[in-house]
Every structure is written in structure tokens, then in C-alpha cells.
Design a binder for this molecule. Structure first.
Ligand SMILES: C[S@@+](CC[C@H](N)C(=O)[O-])C[C@H]1O[C@@H](n2cnc3c(N)ncnc32)[C@H](O)[C@@H]1O
Length: 210
């Protein structure tokens, strides 16, 4: 097989797999498989998912109360804990206890455990008080939650009036939703648009809860 044929075969196979996976995922969104947890920290992902750069558009500050919904292995939880400082709190929430444990281990090893509360919970009924969060952040998580209406209602409950919601999505996540689709859902749920950054493959949206 010539080089060109081999290359076309490889690209075709990758594209076919991605299309197939996306079709299955859109029918039934599901949590990131825990056996594939290491993908979340793969060096290739870190090339476009530097934690400090990813969080930049959301404007975290010292003393904030932050929700990291779908914290996974804690890649971003750790950075959030640094940014909120000694007087802030990060609520790291995940529906999969195995991933939450990895996040706890990571944050503890970084010496930041005192700033993070871990919650094993789904997204529709968060163990947080009404209007208690300055900013809720969902990185590669929005498209994994099957019912976005229930999710957005719950975010409206826990985020303070005037507080923020940050949503970031990326390819090649098989659940990836284009920014326009996510913007439509947030608009319908009554959140005020605050801007978009990134590119079509990896973007971040900022919203305000009125
Ligand atoms: C693709 S991973 C992203 C993890 C992390 N935010 C990151 O970017 O490295 C999505 C995470 O959302 C969690 N998740 C999916 N559905 C959820 C739900 N309904 N409630 C809470 N967490 C959920 C998954 O268990 C998984 O850890």
C-alpha cells in the first residue's frame, strides 16, 4: 500500500470511528468511562487544555466559591483551588466515585485539600445551598449530562444572582456540542451571554445568572 493510501485509510478510519461514536453518544449521553480516566490527563490533551489558560476566561478570583461540576480526575480542580486562595472554596462534584477519588488524591498531594469540598453527586440535585456559588464551571461535562434543562435549572438555583456559569467543550469528545447549540440552550434557560473564546474545536462560553 502506498503512503497516500495508508494515510487515507488511517484518516478514514479515525473519521468513521468519530462519526459512529458521536451517533451513539447523541442518542444516549453518558459519563466519561472511568477506565479511560487517563485520557483526561494525556499530554496531547494538555497541549490545548492548559488548566490556567482554560480557566482564564472565567475570571476566578481570591475568596470565590466555585463549583467544578464533572471534576473528573481533578485536573482543573487543582488549578481552581490555587486561584481561589486560602479564603475561597471549590466544590468538586462528580457522579463517578472512582474519578472523584482520583481528584481528591491529586488535590491532597498538591497540598490544597483544605480548599476543596468533594461531593459524590449527580448534576440535577447538587448538595449545595441556594445562591451559594459565585461561578459554576463545566469542562467537557455539559454534553455528558442527558437532560440539560434539569441541569440548567439546578445551576440557576445554586449560582448567586449576578454570578457566572462557564462552559467549555472540546473535540474529539464524542459528546461534543457545537457552541451555537449550547448558546441556544443557555439563552432559552434565561442566562445572559458574556462572551466566547477559543476555536470551533475547543471553546469556552461565559454566562451570567440574572
Ligand atoms: C469528560 S469528563 C471531564 C472531566 C474534567 N472536567 C476534565 O475536563 O478533565 C466529564 C466528567 O463529568 C462527569 N459527569 C458526567 N455526567 C455527570 C452528571 N450527570 N453529574 C455529575 N457529573 C457528571 C463524569 O463522570 C466525568 O468525570
Amino acid at each position: 500500500m502506498g503512503l497516500l493510501n495508508a494515510l487515507s485509510f488511517g484518516v478514514g478510519t479515525l473519521a468513521g470511528t468519530q462519526v459512529g461514536l458521536r451517533a451513539v453518544w447523541r442518542r444516549t449521553p453518558r459519563p466519561h468511562p472511568r477506565l479511560l480516566a487517563s485520557i483526561l490527563e494525556n499530554p496531547l490533551r494538555l497541549k490545548y487544555r492548559d488548566p490556567a489558560q482554560t480557566l482564564g476566561p472565567f475570571g476566578l478570583a481570591e475568596g470565590m466559591n466555585v463549583l467544578d461540576l464533572g471534576c473528573g480526575t481533578g485536573l482543573f480542580t487543582e488549578q481552581m483551588a490555587r486561584q481561589v486562595g486560602l479564603s475561597g472554596i471549590v466544590h468538586a462534584v462528580d457522579i463517578q466515585s472512582a474519578l472523584l477519588e482520583k481528584a481528591r488524591q491529586r488535590v491532597t498531594e498538591a497540598g490544597l485539600a483544605g480548599r476543596v469540598h468533594f461531593h459524590h453527586s449527580g448534576a440535577y440535585r447538587l448538595p449545595l445551598a441556594d445562591a451559594s456559588v459565585d461561578i459554576a464551571i463545566l469542562i467537557a461535562t455539559f454534553s455528558e449530562v442527558p437532560n440539560s434543562l434539569l441541569l440548567l435549572e439546578e445551576l440557576r438555583r445554586v449560582v448567586k444572582p449576578g454570578g457566572r456559569v462557564g462552559i467549555s467543550e472540546e473535540l474529539p469528545h464524542p459528546g461534543y456540542l457545537p457552541a451555537a447549540a449550547v448558546r441556544g440552550q443557555l439563552r432559552e434557560a434565561g442566562f445572559r451571554y458574556g462572551g466566547q473564546q477559543g476555536n470551533p474545536f475547543c471553546y469556552s462560553l461565559l454566562y451570567f445568572r440574572e
